[in-house]
Design a protein around this ligand. Structure first.
Ligand code: 5AD
Ligand code: SF4
Length: 444
């Protein structure tokens, strides 16, 4: 069939969508970049906040129009991912023209199920929502990496989550923590590098609690895995995300000091700076512990840059709690960050808590927080003007002669006069200007 796939949400979904592409393309299905040209539409969905759901619903409306218009025998609409897992029956009731619902741990079955639908036109919609991640990776390992690769790619090493933060839907949509084996990860990394990948970002909901097994049955921690990967010839950069502050240990800080291809940047979501709110969120760390982790990492790697996630307006958040968050931000100084209004999610404890915060207060707090975070990002970037950074070039820029990439610190950098340079090069660049969210540089 001719398939179109759209990914919503996090990097894990991007990774999963790429694996779906691998599976379908290895079987001879053809990828289309426009939904209008396809007869198999796949929506790999996200359910982290209500807005993510809303995006899907408008796309499904458009999909129905295409399906109604189509004169083909087979026109299949698949909803995969976290919304599929969280509310399958609800989706089918509202959008009866959906042909298949696949939770995040069932997407590997897509090809078999498409065959079922094509061969048996009377089948009701298929709903698969098992939560066993090992099945998925077994199937992924078998498909050839035929989809397009960039020079910087993701590699899922762990998925699912056992933390049960009270606001979060992920443990319900991706299931319990599961770590892939060391052998599997190394072999996938080598295959990426041999196809030209220079940078790998290891992915997991909670990578710092990675505990996969090596061939002798020994347990590997994240730091061991990073060491193992760092010896792959041709791999130039390593990153990992997401980390929970409660699980960051000294071995990781040492890895940032000692592994030269491990980048000095860490995404370390804090969510709130108030101990009371952190307790209600079930984050299992205090603001003090967060400061300690930052200090430890900076003591081993002084130039380490940090980004974070914040939620404002969690149930019961008072002005004083919010001030603690602003105070934490001012003390840590982030190089970039993401911040969100709390969004109640189905079946999560926080959605049932008293003292839900009004939309107006959430809006006002988000604005105040983002003002400071934007200022910090801009200050961080400005501090690089006149200095040098190393940039991995990943794509062409807006104007001719420009190439764009990321610095060691994950800043977007536009390189002017990049003649003679190619995507995939790592170049030393002198920073000549800093605009809102990126740097402008010239090759030295
Ligand atoms: N409401 C708002 N933001 C949320 N996040 C997770 N769940 C929610 C929710 N219910 C945010 C957290 C997390 C990021 C991926 O999304 O900040 O780190
Ligand atoms: Fe969205 Fe979370 Fe699912 Fe990723 S794991 S797609 S962020 S709900």
């Amino acid at each position: 069939m001719r398939f179109y796939i759209k990914s919503y949400g996090c990097q894990m979904n991007i990774y999963d969508s790429q694996r779906i592409e691998d599976i379908l393309m290895s079987l001879g299905h053809k990828k289309e970049t426009e939904a209008e040209n396809a007869n198999l539409l796949i929506f790999n969905t996200c359910s982290i906040r209500e807005k993510a759901d809303d995006k899907l619903f408008s796309d499904l409306g458009r999909a129905k129009i295409l399906k109604d218009k189509s004169a083909e025998d087979d026109f299949i609409i698949v909803v995969a991912g976290c919304v599929a897992q969280a509310r399958p029956q609800d989706l089918l009731a509202r959008y009866p023209y959906i042909d298949m619902i696949l939770g995040p741990q069932d997407i590997q079955n897509i090809s078999d199920k498409i065959n079922d639908l094509v061969e048996n036109k009377d089948l009701d919609a298929l709903v698969l929502t098992n939560l066993n991640a090992s099945d998925k990776f077994e199937k992924f390992n078998k498909s050839d990496p035929v989809s397009e690769r960039s020079v910087s790619e993701y590699l899922t090493i762990q998925e699912g989550c056992d933390n049960f933060c009270t606001y979060c839907i992920v443990p319900h949509t991706r299931g319990r923590e599961f770590s892939r084996s060391v052998r599997e990860i190394i072999s996938e990394a080598k295959s990426l590098v041999s196809s030209g990948v220079k940078e790998i970002t290891l992915l997991g909901q909670n990578v710092n609690s990675y505990n996969g097994l090596d061939e002798s049955g020994k347990n590997f921690r994240l730091s061991h895995l990073l060491w193992e990967l760092s010896s792959i010839d041709g791999l130039k950069r390593l990153r990992y995300m997401t980390s929970n502050p409660k699980d960051v240990d000294e071995d990781i800080a040492k890895a940032h000091r000692d592994i030269d291809i491990l980048m000095p940047f860490l995404h370390l979501p804090v969510q709130s700076g108030s101990d009371e709110i952190l307790r209600k969120m079930n984050r299992k760390y205090s603001r003090e512990r967060y400061f300690e982790v930052i200090d430890m990492l900076r003591s081993y790697r002084p130039d380490m840059a940090f980004s974070s996630d914040f939620i404002v307006g969690f149930p019961g958040e008072t002005d004083a709690d919010f001030e603690y968050t602003l105070d934490l931000v001012k003390k840590v100084k982030f190089s970039q960050a993401y911040s969100f209004k709390y969004s109640p999610r189905i079946n999560t404890p926080a959605s049932k808590m008293k003292n839900q915060i009004s939309e107006d207060i959430k809006t006002e707090r988000l604005r105040r927080l983002q003002d400071i975070l934007n200022q910090q990002q801009s200050d961080f970037n400005k501090s690089f003007v006149g200095k040098n950074v190393e940039v991995l070039l990943t794509k062409s820029g807006r104007h001719s002669g420009q190439l764009v990439g990321k610095s060691e610190y994950y800043q977007a950098v536009t390189v002017d006069n990049a003649n003679g340079l190619s995507i995939g090069d790592i170049v030393k660049v002198s920073v000549i200007d800093a605009v809102s969210h990126s740097l402008i540089g010239e090759q030295i």
